[in-house]
Write a protein that binds this ligand. Structure first.
Ligand SMILES: NC(=O)c1ccc[n+]([C@@H]2O[C@H](COP(=O)([O-])OP(=O)(O)OC[C@H]3O[C@@H](n4cnc5c(N)ncnc54)[C@H](OP(=O)(O)O)[C@@H]3O)[C@@H](O)[C@H]2O)c1
Length: 281
């Protein structure tokens, strides 16, 4: 049995759908019973990783675990999950980290992901780390300003990133779960082309068929927007520092990894937009 943590998120959702479509019955974790109901075919554990025993309930009897942790508590959650992986003798772990975990680590965000990788390796499980570039789905955060004022406010407007469709990360995860010999290593995952936030905003405007204004937001403005949502300042600083690196090997340039592992080219940003355009109307 495959246990899926982060099952309702950007990568977890398409992974669960793909596992169910292939006739397996994954055990998924969510805090929200309504989200569990949107994953028919899966066995749901309703729980919160902050609650002692939650990871044990999910991982007892699991052969493999797919793990996404997110947000400021991710490091604590990874320690709890890794301890439970070791306790229950889970044989295979596929864990989503980030291009920021690529050595040599350059910032606190990357250090957190690298520490998580180390914690899972110490469990003795056969571990695979998926290190994606920025997700195409981050674009969904633009929807308020696009629908409200036809603007896109972004820091680092000219920084190219080979943004990746989270569905491709999910497809790589499924391949590795199906074929453990592909695992036991780390993969950097990117989309097929390098695009700056400004270029992505132009693509969105073309998809919508109306003009959008790109506004170069000073990093301080982006920082305030994030801390205003309640995120801890240290976490926001780490995230923004990591996003500001102009580093071709950290998601700046497209890589063939998704194609090599799945046998098909990664999805384009234009295709992703076509599938999500209604959100921006
Ligand atoms: N976004 C990017 O550009 C990007 C790029 C590279 C790497 N990454 C990494 O990818 C990972 C996923 O990021 P994301 O932003 O796309 O997140 P996401 O997968 O959309 O995130 C949230 C998932 O975590 C679950 N979750 C959160 N807190 C939980 C808790 N206390 N107990 C149980 N489950 C909990 C949520 O489940 P419920 O809400 O259903 O309970 C949901 O399934 C992160 O590690 C991130 O650092 C992201």
């Amino acid at each position: 049995m495959i246990a899926v943590i982060g099952a309702t998120g950007n990568v977890g959702r398409p992974l669960v759908a793909s596992l169910v479509a292939r006739g397996t019955r994954p055990r998924i974790l969510t805090r929200d019973p309504a989200r569990a109901r949107r994953a028919p075919g899966a066995e749901a554990v309703i729980g919160d990783l902050d609650t002692p025993g939650c990871a044990d309930e999910l991982l007892a009897g699991a052969d493999a675990a797919f793990v996404v942790t997110a947000g400021p508590d991710a490091a604590a959650h990874d320690r709890v999950i890794a301890a439970a992986v070791a306790r229950h003798g889970v044989r295979q772990v596929v864990k989503v980290t980030s291009v920021a975990a690529l050595p040599p680590v350059q910032d606190a965000y990357g250090a957190t992901h690298a520490a998580a990788e180390t914690a899972y390796l110490a469990t003795g499980a056969h571990c695979t780390f998926l290190r994606p570039a920025a997700f195409m789905s981050n674009t969904l955060q633009w929807h308020w300003s696009v629908t409200g004022s036809s603007t896109v406010h972004q820091p680092f407007g000219d920084l190219p990133q080979a943004v990746v469709d989270p569905a491709d990360v999910a497809e790589v995860a499924r391949r590795v779960l199906d074929t453990p010999r592909l695992g036991g290593r780390a993969y950097t995952l990117t989309g097929p082309e390098s695009l700056t936030p400004r270029q992505r905003a132009h693509r969105l405007a073309a998809t919508l068929g109306r003009p959008l204004t790109f506004v170069d937001a000073p990093p301080e403005q982006a920082r305030r927007a994030m801390t205003d949502t309640g995120l801890p300042p240290a976490y926001v600083d780490a995230l923004l520092t990591s996003q500001s690196h102009r580093d071709p090997i950290r998601g700046g340039l497209p890589l063939p990894t998704v194609h090599d592992l799945t046998g098909r080219p990664p999805g384009t940003f234009t295709a992703w937009l076509a599938g999500h355009v209604e959100v921006f109307r």
